[in-house]
Design a protein around this ligand. Structure first.
Ligand SMILES: Nc1ncnc2c1ncn2[C@@H]1O[C@H](COP(=O)(O)OP(=O)(O)OP(=O)(O)O)[C@@H](O)[C@H]1O
Ligand SMILES: Cc1ncc(C[n+]2csc(CCOP(=O)(O)O)c2C)c(N)n1
Ligand SMILES: [Mg+2]
Ligand SMILES: [Mg+2]
Ligand SMILES: [Mg+2]
Length: 287
């Protein structure tokens, strides 16, 4: 079983509204509050050779990315640390704090425990005005499909391309881009943390639309053999660009470095140059 199947089971218990987006959305009257929590641990999320500071940074970054993907600005982050060696805690905390400060957020508490495998759980809170909130479900036929940044860099780093190691271990969440996209009228948005292909499928399903994407225009890591670069860009995880849709009339959006890669239409499914695109990405599995 993979994590998408488990989310379906959870959805049956707590509802679609609570499980459709990168964050939970809470109506607070004047604004919306958004919340996300993410667990990262050594076996599946922290590649060999990462420093404690980088683990802390990455834990904060994945959660800030979820907040960003709602068009929200991050307010506060909590970090729970399950750690094998007590002396790691300070560097982990510095990494998370540096990441928060870089994006206008504050690390404001957490929890800790002894654990055989370094495990970090970051929980973030953000705020957004109702007109700027963007969910995964709003894509409209005729909209442009676009992505920020260059998907595939983290997977290239994981596969040994040294020039992309930094992109893998110090990921940059699209906090400022997400807010600009929310203000500019993006209709649907999510981050591509699990890979572009699987994210296109998640967004198409949440919005109840068909997405058609053109392979040749998808940005991809340079300096990598062509076949690998295309595969990394479509199926690699660990990048924190934003996948979004918006009306053609507002694209491109000032201050946001994004590439138009396709179109929304009525229907269902994701098509790459007219062929059904595999829903493959970074997933967790159980026997
Ligand atoms: N154990 C759980 N209980 C309740 N809801 C969950 C649980 N695990 C995941 N979800 C919800 O399911 C949806 C998908 O979760 P997932 O972790 O894949 O999203 P994500 O946080 O955007 O991805 P990533 O962790 O790569 O950033 C989210 O809305 C999330 O809140
Ligand atoms: C071994 C290894 N594989 C992939 C990555 C990239 N990565 C880091 S966080 C994340 C997504 C969020 O995780 P989750 O979906 O568990 O919430 C991914 C895909 C990595 N750092 N190390
Ligand atoms: Mg996400
Ligand atoms: Mg997340
Ligand atoms: Mg998650």
């Amino acid at each position: 079983m993979d994590d998408r199947a488990l989310v379906r089971a959870i959805r049956a218990i707590i509802g679609t509204d609570a499980t459709d987006d990168d964050c939970a959305v809470i109506d607070d009257g004047e604004n919306y509050l958004v919340m996300s929590t993410d667990m990262l641990h050594e076996t599946t999320d922290f590649p060999n050779g990462m420093t404690s500071w980088q683990m802390g940074w990455m834990a904060a970054a994945v959660t800030l990315s979820d907040v960003a993907s709602m068009g929200a600005h991050p307010i506060a982050l909590l970090l729970a640390v399950g750690v094998d060696r007590a002396e790691r805690v300070e560097e982990i905390t510095r990494g998370a704090d540096d990441c928060c400060r870089a994006y206008g957020c504050r690390l404001m508490g957490g929890d800790m425990d002894a654990h055989t495998e370094c495990t970090l759980v970051s929980t973030g809170l953000g705020r957004v005005s109702p007109e700027c909130l963007v969910r995964r479900r709003g894509a409209q036929p005729g909209d442009v499909v676009a992505v920020t940044g260059i998907p595939g860099q983290a997977q290239a780093g994981l596969d040994g391309y040294k020039e992309y190691w930094e992109a893998l271990v110090v990921p940059r969440p699209g906090v400022f881009e997400g807010q600009a996209l929310g203000r500019a009228g993006a209709t649907a948005m999510m981050d591509v943390s699990d890979g572009l292909s699987i994210s296109l499928h998640d967004l198409a399903e949440a919005s109840g639309v068909r997405l058609d994407v053109t392979e040749s225009v998808i940005p991809r890591p340079e300096g990598v053999p062509a076949e690998d670069a295309a595969r990394y860009a479509l199926f690699g995880g660990g990048d924190f660009g934003l996948l979004f849709t918006c009306p053609e009339s507002v694209f491109p959006i000032a201050g946001v470095d994004a590439t138009g890669i396709g179109r929304v239409s009525a229907g269902s499914g994701v098509y790459l140059d007219g062929m059904a695109l595999e829903k493959v990405g970074y997933s967790h599995y159980w026997e």
